[in-house]
Design a protein around this ligand. Structure first.
Ligand SMILES: [Zn+2]
Length: 297
């Protein structure tokens, strides 16, 4: 199963990718990590990437694609991959598709983590951590119990990432939307795009992802039984008038079962204290009643 996870920086793609990676036995491919690893390994592509980065240039798409191609050939990628942070442009998406097609594999899901920009800015810009233990806090949503003192370790020093300010986050989001907007229709046209609410709590987002990823196994038998599935609506349509008829006759039928129910109730032994009519008389009455019903038919 091969997945692309789309979402702006700060949407929690990395966190979600890690969770899914473990659950489904996939490998998470972060192009940043792959580039760093390639450079460190001193491989041919790594050296090429290193030279480009040292020259202060953006690593060309074909280099990134080559890195991904190498990585997914490794045995640990047999069950599939999660691409996080790539592709960012339609050109990259097309290049990725070409490379995958050459290998005879395709993307199963492209999942967009949709965010509310204003909310995301607020969420990111308000966050800070304890400088000592790393516990996370937020200006509005999660303040320490005692102002200025870490709940976890008592430290009074906190850290805020320099780029976690409203202006920078807004700019990052704008850049993301400008670049990524055309990718969405590209993948939508392929029928691969699914959108989930990236603003939901972390566990809820994971749940939504798991539901999408678990779907193929459920889809496979559904595809086999498609004729049956098609037959079902027909059967349902046929049975609909029946159901209507039943509904019409239901009140009549409903009147009848009332008596047997009463009879059943009457048959049930009644505690002596509550028994006002002697049991034999009650039985006789029940007999009379059922007799009357038989006549009425
Ligand atoms: Zn702390």
């Amino acid at each position: 199963m091969n997945i692309v996870l789309l979402g702006p920086p700060g949407a929690g793609k990395g966190t979600q990718a890690k969770r899914i990676e473990e659950k489904f036995g996939l490998i998470q491919l972060s192009t940043g990590d792959m580039l760093r690893a390639a450079v460190a390994s001193g491989s041919e592509i790594g050296l090429k990437a290193k030279a480009i980065m040292e020259a202060g240039q953006l690593v060309p798409d074909e280099v990134v694609i080559a890195l991904i191609a190498d990585r997914i050939d490794r045995p640990d990628a047999k069950r599939g991959f999660i691409l996080d942070g790539f592709p960012r442009t339609t050109k990259q998406a097309e290049a990725l598709d070409r490379m995958l097609a050459e290998k005879g594999i395709k993307l199963d899901h492209v999942i967009e983590m949709k965010v509310d920009d204003a909310l995301l800015v607020d969420r990111i810009a308000g966050r800070y951590t304890c400088a000592k233990c790393g516990a996370g806090y937020h200006d509005r949503n999660q303040r320490p119990r005692v102002e200025g003192v870490c709940d976890a370790c008592g430290s009074t020093e906190f850290r805020r990432r320099a780029d976690d300010n409203a202006e920078t986050v807004s700019k990052r989001l704008q850049a993301y939307h400008a670049q990524t907007a055309p990718i969405l229709p590209y993948y939508r046209a392929q029928g691969a795009l699914k959108t989930i609410d990236g603003m939901a709590p972390i566990d809820a987002v994971t749940g939504a992802l798991v539901r999408i990823l678990a779907a193929p196994t459920a889809k496979a038998p559904a595809a086999k039984t498609r004729p049956a599935a098609k037959a079902k609506p027909k059967a349902a349509a046929k049975s609909r008038p029946k159901a209507k008829r039943r509904a019409k006759t239901a009140p009549k039928k409903a009147k009848r079962p009332v008596k047997p129910k009463d009879k059943r109730k009457a048959k049930r032994p009644v505690p002596a204290a509550r028994r006002k009519v002697p049991r034999r008389a009650a039985r006789a009455a029940a007999g009379r009643r059922s007799g009357a019903r038989r006549k009425s038919r």
